[in-house]
Write a protein that binds this ligand. Structure first.
Ligand SMILES: [Zn+2]
Length: 160
């Protein structure tokens, strides 16, 4: 699937909502803005790259906060993150917002592109989780919407 391309003036249909290929997924409402690409080797999050200072971001941004602060007009391009990253830190959620189904794991993942992303984990078993372990991005259920439909977004699976 082709990632959205800001250069060509393409934008997600609704702010914060991105349909995966086939359009069969439900809307993404949490935890990020839901930008990704499903490839043969797994799920790749799509972030932003500032061509001026080289900083990468996820979720994608339209302006670079680094350069904007310095008054520099920077060009922002989409960047496809690796499908695997390293678990920087994690926690198990036992008390969750409405429509989430605790307990579940949540963690910060560091990608080789120097972006740290917060997301749900596929397990809430602390025995399967270790700081610095490799994790793989994939799509999965993160919550249910007001009608009880499954809400899908990216999650991170520990690699043995
Ligand atoms: Zn910048």
């Amino acid at each position: 699937m082709k990632p959205w391309n800001m250069e060509r003036g393409e934008k997600p249909k609704e702010k914060g909502v991105y349909m995966a290929e086939g359009g069969t997924r439900n809307k993404v409402s949490y935890p990020g803005e839901g930008f990704w690409s499903e490839e043969k080797d797994g799920l790749h999050l799509i972030g932003s790259h500032c061509t001026k200072c080289g900083q990468n971001y996820f979720p994608p941004r339209e302006i670079c906060p680094e350069c904007f602060a310095k008054g520099v007009e920077a060009k922002i391009e989409p960047i496809q993150l690796s499908s695997r990253g390293k678990l920087y830190s994690y926690s198990i959620v036992h008390v969750a917002p409405k429509r989430f189904n605790p307990p579940y794991g949540i963690g910060y993942v560091d990608f080789p592109e120097k972006v740290r992303v917060l997301g749900q984990l596929t397990t809430c078993d602390p025995k399967q989780l270790k700081v610095d372990m490799e994790v793989q991005a994939e799509l999965g259920r993160i919550a249910v919407d007001e009608q009880g439909n499954e809400v899908q977004s990216y999650k991170f699976r520990p690699i043995d």
